[in-house]
Design a protein around this ligand. Structure first.
Ligand code: NAP
Length: 297
């Protein structure tokens, strides 16, 4: 069998997914391809999404990923959403089961698997997340499920408040969840209260600031001081060192980019499409890194 996978999103010019899935196919001894399917936001967007999904039902695609800006838009086009996609309110992976299009979200587990290799998730703590889009939702959901407190700082606080409301009403969440969440306005940095007992253990960039095209940007207020043991995680992975990571490292903090999460979420999607569980050894990770470096310098 020759697998055919694809990615729906826009723009896709910097996507590393084809390269990562090529390594997975080789490592599993499978044949296949992973193609980019750019679909811009315009009046034909829904029609074009539905047309690719029809091709999937006909057997043209064995698996699809979805990225910005379609993670929410694709949801009404699917037959079923699993628990994670429903809780997060976003789909990043689509597969077919018994003729039905099913949407799931591997970002949650991908983030947790990667973060769990860097610090003890079970210890919990406060996580301060910048941004209130689809990725912020996935990170917030995953951390709340692991007993963390989640603070969300957004330039549109109403967007963060919606996340609190949605996670609060999720059937799987405990009634304690709202008490474990706070919302801040990104514009009013002085409202942050970092008294020692109330300092974030983890700070996450879930905005596109720092990525290609926005390289100089960072959501981190420059003057903000965090305790030395606060760790920083940037969901952005391209370029590998963003302004956010540089700011954190200059102040002596441990700081990681989102490449590990990208690889983990891709491996979960690959497993969902092929039934093959990948053992993400250092060997595979260095192969992926070498491919990225030879393709993108
Ligand atoms: P999204 O749904 O578009 O959300 C982006 C969030 O960032 C929104 O809250 C947006 O606010 C905010 N934002 C955008 N520009 C901003 C600015 N200049 N200042 C302050 N806030 C700003 O995107 P997403 O899917 O959450 O993705 C966010 C980032 O995470 C992207 O760079 C994406 O590539 C990355 N990501 C990485 C992984 C991984 O595996 N490593 C997985 C998922 C996502 P507005 O709504 O007001 O614009």
């Amino acid at each position: 069998m020759t697998y055919r996978f694809g990615l729906l999103g826009y723009p896709l010019i910097y996507s590393l997914s084809p390269l990562i899935h090529q390594v997975f196919l080789e490592e599993s001894g499978l044949q296949g391809s992973y193609e980019l399917i750019p679909i811009a936001i315009n009046e034909n967007r829904d029609e074009r999404l539905r047309s690719v999904l029809k091709r999937m039902i006909r057997g043209e695609f064995d698996g699809l990923n979805v990225t910005i800006p379609h993670k929410q838009a694709v949801m009404p086009c699917l037959d079923l959403l699993d628990e994670k996609a429903t809780a997060v309110g976003a789909v990043n992976t689509i597969y077919v089961n018994n003729g039905l299009l099913i949407g799931t979200n591997t970002d949650v587990q991908g983030f947790l698997l990667d973060l769990g290799q860097k610090l003890s998730l079970a210890e919990g703590g406060i996580a301060l997340i910048f941004g209130a889009g689809g990725a912020a939702r996935a990170v917030a959901y995953g951390l709340l499920e692991n007993g963390w407190q989640v603070w969300i700082a957004a330039r549109r606080p109403e967007q963060a408040e919606q996340i609190v409301r949605d996670l609060m009403t999720d059937a799987n969440s405990q009634s304690k969840i709202p008490a474990r969440m706070r919302v801040f306005s990104l514009e009013k940095e002085m409202e942050f209260d970092f008294a020692a007992s109330q300092a974030p253990r983890l700070v996450v960039n879930a905005t596109p600031l720092g990525t290609k095209g926005f390289e100089d940007g960072s959501p981190l207020p420059y003057r903000l001081l965090f305790p030395k043991d606060t760790c920083f995680y940037d969901l952005v992975y391209n370029p590998p060192e963003t302004t956010f990571l540089r700011q954190a490292r200059e102040h002596g903090h441990a700081a990681w980019n989102g490449l590990g999460m990208l690889v983990q979420q891709a491996a979960l999607a690959f497993e969902c499409w092929t039934g093959r569980k990948l053992n993400l050894t250092l060997d595979i990770e260095s192969k992926i890194l070498a491919r990225i470096q030879s393709n993108y310098g």
